[in-house]
Design a protein around this ligand. Structure first.
Ligand code: ADP
Length: 477
């Protein structure tokens, strides 16, 4: 038996079968015991009545006289009780038998019940007689001055009781069979409702294994299978989202690479030919100056391509589950101050006032080069987007057990509908502006990933027209 449903149904059926069999057995047993007991009581009553009837004849009985009267009493009593009635004398000899043929008269009975009755005690016993079936013997003593002088013996057939019991047993068997059939159907139904979702889940998992990630299963109730189904759905949802993101990312990467590659191609062709589009739709030969200009532009595009590939590689490394950071004791304050100094000339060239604000001495455990990358990305963004005549301020503070690094500018800010997205890969508020500034759209994604790998968080506050503040929170040493 392979399937869980069949095994469940079979177990259920076995339990129901055993329960029914036990109930049938016990009920039949107690009905049998009860009816036999009732019959025994009734027969004893009947025996005692017969004893009372024969007693006076015993007292007055002369040997050989009175047998006829005893036989009549025995016959009359047998007619009423439906039993065979024997009257026995003190030696165990039959003196009267209700059977017309005279029966056992004159024979001495050796039944243990007779012996007990002649010793003064009523007794009963069951026998199986060939031809007559099951019978009940009841024997009660006839007393004279409390001394047993004889006994009355009743033999009653029990076949009517056993016929009734057989009827009851047959009815119970039929009822049990019907109950078992119903139980089988219900058991199979219940087993299906349990294993149905498991089967559906298995199929969904199989399809998912083949790459069909849109698999979802229906969830009913709150049992273990429902919990499993819900967990599966959540997992499928995440995998699907991840798959969609991966595809989008790939498309984005291709798109980002296409632009510089296309422009390099557009420049390389005329460069190779030595001539290109000239005034009035004609062509013109390139002189050395034009060659230089084109080569310079190509170099700029290649640089851009290099930066893009570099950032992509870095992001891939950071997102790999096997990423390894060189964790050291880092003086975050010194690192920030040093970097501001290094970037000053670049800031001056852009006409931006770059400086430091509050600098608490704070140390963190981290990868120095990568934390530096975080700062470079945030500060160069400030320089790029704040614009000439603005200010970019770097601060390091200690807040309890945290090191808080902020890079704030008083530039144009970020429109609120974009703020929630800027940490996404390739997300830019203004694509051409980002490109002009040499941006790859990956800077903040790298920042976020590095900070998270350090167990920290990064957030942004920005108001249009007022400026933008990035806050990096890291666990301090
Ligand atoms: P990019 O290479 O385009 O700079 P980033 O991931 O570093 O990519 O930044 C994503 C976008 O967030 C930028 O294109 C820009 O629109 C916005 N942004 C980042 N920093 C600032 C800032 N200091 N002020 C205004 N906008 C910013």
């Amino acid at each position: 038996m392979k399937s869980l449903a069949a095994r469940l149904a079979a177990t259920y059926l076995l339990v129901v079968f055993l329960a029914l069999a036990a109930v049938d057995f016990l009920v039949l047993g107690s009905i049998e015991a009860f009816t036999l007991r009732q019959r025994e009581i009734a027969t004893f009553t009947s025996t005692n009545i017969a004893v009372n009837q024969v007693e006076p004849f015993y007292r007055d009985r002369q040997p050989g006289i009175g047998e006829t009267a005893l036989i009549q009493i025995a016959r009359a009593h047998a007619g009423q009780s439906g039993s065979r009635v024997l009257v026995i004398d003190g030696l165990g000899r039959v003196v009267a038998d209700s059977q017309w043929s005279g029966g056992l008269v004159g024979r001495t009975l050796t039944h243990p019940e007779v012996a007990r009755a002649l010793a003064g005690q009523s007794a009963s016993g069951q026998r199986y007689l060939e031809g007559a079936g099951r019978v009940l013997y009841t024997v009660a003593p006839v007393l004279e001055n409390k001394v047993p002088v004889g006994a009355v013996f009743l033999s009653t057939s029990l076949e009517d009781i056993y016929a009734g019991l057989t009827d009851i047993a047959r009815t119970m068997l039929i009822m049990s069979a019907i109950a078992l059939l119903v139980a089988a159907l219900v058991g199979l139904g219940v087993a299906r409702t349990i294993t149905g979702p498991v089967t559906r889940l298995t199929r969904a998992v199989e399809r998912m294994g083949r790459g069909e990630l849109e698999q979802r299963v229906r969830v009913h109730g709150r049992d273990e299978v429902a919990t499993l189904s819900r967990t599966f759905n959540e997992m499928a949802e995440r995998l699907h989202e991840e798959d969609v993101r991966r595809r989008e990312f790939l498309a984005d990467v291709a798109h980002e690479l296409q632009t510089p590659v296309a422009s390099i191609r557009a420049m390389a062709e005329p460069l190779a030919a030595g001539r290109g589009p000239g005034p009035n739709g004609g062509t013109r030969e390139y002189d050395i100056k034009t060659y230089k200009e084109l080569a310079h532009d190509m170099e700029a595009q290649s640089e851009r391509l290099g930066r893009l590939v570099g950032d992509l590689l870095e992001l891939a490394r950071l997102e790999s589950p096997k990423v390894s950071l060189t964790m050291e004791d880092i003086d975050l304050t010194g690192l920030a101050a040093g970097l501001v100094r290094e970037l000053k000339p670049q800031a001056q060239a852009a006409g931006v006032d770059l400086g430091t604000g509050r600098l608490d001495p704070v140390r963190v455990t981290g990868d120095g080069l990568r934390l530096e990358q975080v700062l470079v990305n945030l500060v160069t963004n400030g320089l790029k987007y704040a614009g000439a005549g603005r200010r970019v301020v770097v601060e390091v503070r200690r807040r309890g057990s945290e090191a808080v690094l902020t890079v704030a500018d008083n530039g144009p800010g970020i429109p609120s509908e974009h703020v929630g997205h800027i940490f996404e890969r390739f997300y830019r508020v203004d694509r051409s502006r980002s490109r002009r500034g040499g941006g790859t759209g990956l800077g903040l994604a790298i920042v976020k990933r590095v900070v998270e790998l350090h167990g920290g968080t990064v957030s942004v506050r920005s108001k249009e027209g007022e400026g933008t503040t990035f806050e990096v929170v890291l666990p301090a040493r």
